[in-house]
Design a protein around this ligand. Structure first.
Ligand code: PLP
Length: 300
């Protein structure tokens, strides 16, 4: 299947859901969710947007295999393995840590879809992040196309920027969860300067994101964004009981599933900021539901 045919099967532009409840009423806040989680049951969320132009490029230059890296629950690798299979392009990945006896559900899927897995130690994994000449990566062959951890690249920025073109009304604030910060950076580059952007870090101690994001920005567009570093709920892939209860209550109230790694923490943070006066009455907020629900099998 070619890339355009695959994209035609996706639910794009992704739908919008307006959230209504007593907290939003009390503080007079309009909250909308951009449902990127509904783009596709597997290739959901920002991962399609981040992969689209890179895969297109890889196909155009006749790459035989796309190679990347990630952890045992990586949404990025899960999406890549699935799309690779659909498009008939090979995929491979370096996985952090030793091969476990029992593979995570995520790794079971991706291996079944034909991705070749190479397990590397944590220190080797860190080194892989620093390889400048990707042709020097261990095991790289002619015709391999390298995708950085999380799919971060200039082309990924363009892909997530497409979210901005789908918006039909103005928002005062756009909120997005952050792993590598690529999605936030792509949005900062693509929305009008009058829109404020807030990124919610899923990792603990994610100060480095400030610089990582700044380096992705085009000059016309900086300043009107901020990071919230305090809503990691204990760290990446960890969860406090408070956030867990919030996620379950939100799902019951609104019928929208949240993933515990990213979107659950972001929405917890948004409601907390609303209560602390972080938004002005009358403001319209858009939160990007970046998907990630395949990870919901293992947590909460
Ligand atoms: C990967 C991912 C993110 C983080 O995106 P970045 O561009 O790396 O910041 C957020 N939400 C979900 C559900 C993801 O899978």
């Amino acid at each position: 299947m070619d890339l355009n045919t695959f994209e035609q099967q996706l639910r794009l532009p992704s739908p919008l859901t307006r959230i209504k409840d007593s907290v939003l009423d009390e503080f007079n806040i309009e909250l909308w969710l951009k449902r990127d989680d509904l783009i596709h049951p597997i290739v959901s969320g920002n991962k399609w947007r981040k992969l689209k132009y890179s895969l297109n490029h890889a196909l155009n230059i006749k790459s035989r295999r796309v190679i990347s890296m990630g952890g045992a629950y990586s949404n990025h690798l899960h999406a890549l393995a699935y799309v690779g299979k659909a498009l008939g392009i090979g995929t491979a990945a370096f996985i952090r840590g030793e091969r476990p006896k029992q593979l995570s559900p995520t790794l079971q899927d991706i291996e079944q879809w034909g991705m070749q897995l190479t397990f590397v130690s944590r220190s080797e994994y860190r080194k892989l992040r620093d390889y400048q000449g990707y042709d020097k990566l261990p095991g790289m062959q002619a015709g391999d196309y390298w995708l950085a951890e999380g799919g971060a690249s200039e082309l990924a920025l363009r892909g997530v920027g497409d979210i901005a073109f789908e918006l039909e009304q103005d928002y005062d604030v756009i909120c997005v969860p952050c792993g590598t910060g690529t999605t936030l950076a792509g949005l900062i580059n693509s929305v009008p300067n009058s829109t404020r952007l807030i990124g919610f870090a899923a990792l603990k101690g994610a100060d480095f994101l400030q610089e990582d994001i700044a380096q992705y920005l085009t000059e016309q567009n900086d300043g009107n964004w901020q990071l919230q570093l305090g809503y990691h709920a204990g760290g990446f892939a960890k969860l406090t009981n408070e956030v867990k209860q919030f996620i379950l209550a939100f799902e019951q109230r609104h019928g929208v599933m949240l993933d515990p790694v990213y979107t659950g923490k972001m929405l917890f943070g948004i409601y907390d900021l609303i209560r602390c006066g972080g938004f002005s009455a009358g403001q319209r907020i858009l939160a990007i539901h970046t998907g990630g629900l395949q990870g919901r099998r293992v947590s909460v």
